[in-house]
Design a protein around this ligand. Structure first.
Ligand SMILES: C[S@@+](CC[C@H](N)C(=O)[O-])C[C@H]1O[C@@H](n2cnc3c(N)ncnc32)[C@H](O)[C@@H]1O
Length: 295
């Protein structure tokens, strides 16, 4: 596992560019390959937003003169739009968005794709609840899917990732909030307790993070009594590797070069990870994803 790369500033574009490349490769395989053609393909966007990327008025004024440039126009697309414009097309699209205003914007957005409108479901629910139910209710002998999980922070629960892996039929792209969220919760002097600890356990699906991210030392106090002391050993790299190892426990294969996405100050915020659930397809899927992640 190597997580050294750092993409600052335009990290939103970096993640979407990779998603787009993967979706293209995926639908080509399912369109052309005789065996793969048998399956119904679905794209699921767990944190879909509005369809287009949010651009502030100020940003728009600055960018307007450049809208002739196709790349800049692409940057305005959100993940839902990118998925809808990929050809060959998926058979179905599920866009999940908790915010009612955003979900209704997604419904307006669907009208821009009349020829695909009947393939698109918009679900205004919590992505964790919906995806867990959908994974257990779908007939995976006939279905295959790509799930994209792009939260703002620590919203994705390990139980959701586990449900996805258990289908053995889903390719997962996930943004893991390595920096802004997880690293911040890992307090310096001792492991966090209470709600913070619960949050970490929920995202990793285990309490092992305590041992993985803290070294325990025995100290003798001034009065001679023995005390436990902790030192944080975790950094962005070890946190990322720990998460990838967790994925490896439940998926058929996981990309070894997740992409570190950094803010404009070059501080890592997310790690873009890929995991493939289908034992037969995993080797090819991960090969394609690793290739996409490496550039
Ligand atoms: C980073 S944005 C998604 C951006 C989108 N993927 C794109 O490329 O345009 C995260 C979105 O998740 C939504 N959200 C937050 N918590 C959620 C939850 N529990 N379930 C579903 N959506 C949620 C937010 O309202 C927000 O629109």
């Amino acid at each position: 596992v190597s997580v050294e790369q750092c993409f600052g500033g335009k990290w939103t574009e970096e993640k979407l560019k990779r998603l787009k490349k993967y979706l293209r490769a995926y639908t080509i395989i399912f369109d052309k390959n005789v065996k793969a053609k048998f399956f119904i393909t679905t794209y699921v966007d767990g944190f879909a937003g509005t369809g287009s990327r949010f651009i502030s008025k100020e940003e728009e004024d600055i960018m307007l003169p450049f809208f002739e440039d196709e790349d800049v126009i692409n940057f305005k697309q959100g993940s839902a739009q990118i998925a809808l414009e990929v050809e060959p097309s998926f058979d179905r699209y599920i866009f999940i968005e908790l915010n009612p205003n955003f979900a209704s914007e997604l419904k307006n957005f669907r009208q821009r794709y009349p020829h695909k409108a009947n393939k698109i479901k918009i679900i205004q629910k919590d992505a964790n609840n919906f995806i867990q139910d959908w994974c257990s209710q779908t007939n995976w002998a006939k279905n295959r899917a790509v799930v994209f999980l792009d939260p703002y922070g620590m919203q994705v629960e390990w139980d959701t990732i586990k449900a996805i892996a258990e289908t053995k039929a889903i390719d997962l792209w996930i943004l893991f909030p390595v920096g802004q969220a997880v690293n911040r919760l890992l307090t310096k002097r001792k492991p966090p307790e209470g709600i913070w600890a619960e949050k970490l356990t929920k995202i990793f699906g285990t309490e092992e993070w305590k041992k993985a991210f803290y070294a325990e030392e025995k100290q003798t106090s001034l009065f001679g009594s023995k005390q436990k002391a902790y030192a944080k050993t975790a950094n962005f790299d070890t946190i990322g590797k720990f998460f990838v190892k967790r994925l490896e426990k439940i998926f058929a294969k996981v990309a070894h070069n997740p992409l570190q996405l950094c803010n404009s100050k070059n501080v890592p915020i997310f790690l873009l990870c890929f995991a493939a659930g289908n034992p037969k397809g995993a080797k090819t899927a991960v090969k394609i994803a690793e290739n996409i992640l490496s550039r």
